[in-house]
Design a protein around this ligand. Sequence first.
Ligand SMILES: [Zn+2]
Length: 89
Amino acid sequence: MPIVTQVICDRCPKVKGENNGWWVVFPETRWPQGFSVYSFDLVRDGGLDGAGVKILCSVTCLCEEIRMRTEKAGLPAASGAAGATATPA
Ligand SMILES: [Zn+2]
């Protein structure tokens, strides 16, 4: 009988099914405030249980994770967020 590992989103209670819209955020080792984002299917065999690694079910949860990390690191908020306006040159 095969061992089935259940994957659960780190930001909401969603359980991974067959859909492919999942994401993994890895912390950067050289710059603590940095991080890398990969499609779950690209990295599914590579160290997903490491420290600081977040598995996320959707772009919604991914955006929330990035927002939280940038705020925590004191980085400027991304433009294009709700309420942001662009000034034409
Ligand atoms: Zn989620």
